[in-house]
Design a binder for this molecule. Structure first.
Ligand code: NAD
Length: 430
């Protein structure tokens, strides 16, 4: 157990409720003793480099004007332009966006992509908006954060409740303001306007790749492995299909509307069809039995894949977990205290900064393809994705074994060393 960070928090973070940023601070506290002389620069990571809070006024369909709060945080730019998604959610707040940006710094460095870390969002319940309102909000937000973003400065991508269409509007708005088409300003775009093959499933596929590598080292077969997934959106849905293709069995799925269980396995293709095409609710899916939400965490399974929101695995439910491997598809789903409990229980946690790095890796491929206007095949992309993640996995696993630390700490050691080496070499200006 570590105590909460003893370091000063920025004045805009309430010390009694530091939220996700407090969690990121605790993770940095754990890595600091392993950084050697570079530790003198670690304070840089405790302060986001740049944050923009914008007012997003939107004319609603009924003529009223509503105001939404929008954010873009660039946590660190030492290794390259900012990179990170945009989230539309009613609970988005500055502490969350800061932490998500910090995790992007670590994630990009952990898999050695030439990016810094950034994140953005709007505090809104998008399900309340019509398509036209959503478009106007996205365009105004893009214009407002236009001060910071750009293909060589900071490149947004989809996150919770944002998708290819939102990226298309963002790209179009930025391009109009710049006076020329700039495909490289966002990733996760539709294929017809410079998107990359393989991007849609990349995060879920990446979850599988790192889980496969971990299962090999834990001497456990993937064939027949029972998987429980929280969230059936971009990440959870793709992960379910890829695990299923490789012989694993999806035994439980939870989304915002409920939880289903099937010991014999849930067909993720049928579930996807039920939710997306037939527009059914998860609870009405005939291929599973409804169970109560709280019992999801205690489901008998080998792999648990949280792919919804942060702070889902806590001291309150960690003891119930039966899985031997937790694969963090979501960002920040496990609190540091819960991670300690899982460690004591012999459960391996594949941290978000590695487990869900597949999305940003293919985003990087998309950006490279946009810069060269030369596009790769899906096979090529999946192969390169597999290589990037497997190569990142190996040293992180080895450091965790050697130093007897959590894989998250090992990933933070690898990543923070890269970031702070760049920071030290660049030096201070003036
Ligand atoms: P999404 O909006 O497509 O899907 C979110 C899913 O979570 C939905 O199925 C929703 O029903 C479910 N959900 C929401 N609240 C829930 C709750 N309280 N309980 C149970 N389920 C709930 O989002 P996504 O893009 O799949 O992102 C999921 C997570 O993965 C986020 O933490 C995101 O930051 C992270 N992530 C996403 C990507 C990506 O490429 N999309 C990449 C890296 C990390």
């Amino acid at each position: 157990m570590t105590t909460p960070t003893a370091h000063a928090l920025p004045s805009y973070i309430d010390p009694s409720h530091p939220g996700p940023w407090g969690m990121f601070m605790e993770q940095l506290d754990r890595v600091e003793p392993h950084l050697g002389p570079l530790a003198q620069w670690v304070e840089t990571l405790r302060r986001p480099k740049r944050m923009l809070i914008v007012d997003v006024p939107v004319r609603m369909d009924d003529g009223r004007i509503e105001h939404f709060e929008g954010y873009r945080v660039q946590h660190n730019l030492s290794r390259g332009p900012g990179k990170g998604g945009v989230r539309f959610h009613p609970q988005v707040h500055i502490s969350e966006v800061m932490a998500l940006a910090g995790w992007m710094t670590v994630k990009n460095a952990a898999v050695n992509l030439p990016y810094g870390g950034a994140k953005g969002g709007i505090r809104v319940d998008p399900s309340r908006l019509s398509l036209a309102e959503l478009e106007r909000m996205t365009r105004r937000y893009t214009s407002e954060i236009g001060l910071l973003i750009g293909p060589d400065r900071d490149i947004p991508a989809p996150d919770v409740n944002t998708n290819e269409q939102v990226m298309a509007w963002m790209m179009d708005t930025y391009s109009i303001n710049q006076g020329g088409t700039q495909t490289g300003v966002v990733t996760g775009k539709p294929l017809s306007m410079g998107g990359s093959l393989g991007r849609r499933d990349a995060t879920g596929r990446g979850c599988f790749v790192v889980a496969r590598e971990a299962m090999k080292r834990l001497n456990r077969p993937m064939e027949g492995a029972r998987v429980a997934i929280q969230g059936f959106g971009n990440v959870g849905n793709a992960a379910a299909r890829v695990f299923h293709e490789h012989g694993a069995k999806i035994v439980a799925v939870q989304d915002v509307g409920g939880t289903i269980y099937n010991e014999a396995g849930i067909d993720p293709h049928a579930l996807q069809h039920h939710l997306k095409v037939a527009e059914g609710a998860l609870r009405e899916f005939p291929g599973g039995t409804v169970i109560d939400d709280a019992s999801f965490w205690g489901v008998d399974c080998d792999i648990l894949l949280p792919a919804a929101l942060e702070r889902q695995i806590t001291e309150a439910n960690a003891y119930q977990i039966k899985a031997k491997l937790v694969v963090e598809g979501a960002n920040g789903p496990t609190t540091p205290q819960a991670e300690d409990i899982l460690w004591d229980m012999g459960c391996t946690v594949l941290p978000d900064v590695l487990a869900n790095a597949g999305g940003v890796t293919v985003s990087y491929f998309e950006w490279v393809q946009n810069a060269s206007s030369f596009f790769w095949t899906e096979q090529d992309i999946n192969m390169r994705l597999d290589r990037v993640l497997s190569e990142a996995f190996e040293p992180i696993w080895n450091v965790a074994q050697e130093k007897r630390v959590h894989l998250r700490t090992a990933a933070f050691i690898a990543a923070c060393t890269r970031v702070l080496e760049a920071r030290a070499l660049r030096g201070l200006y003036p």
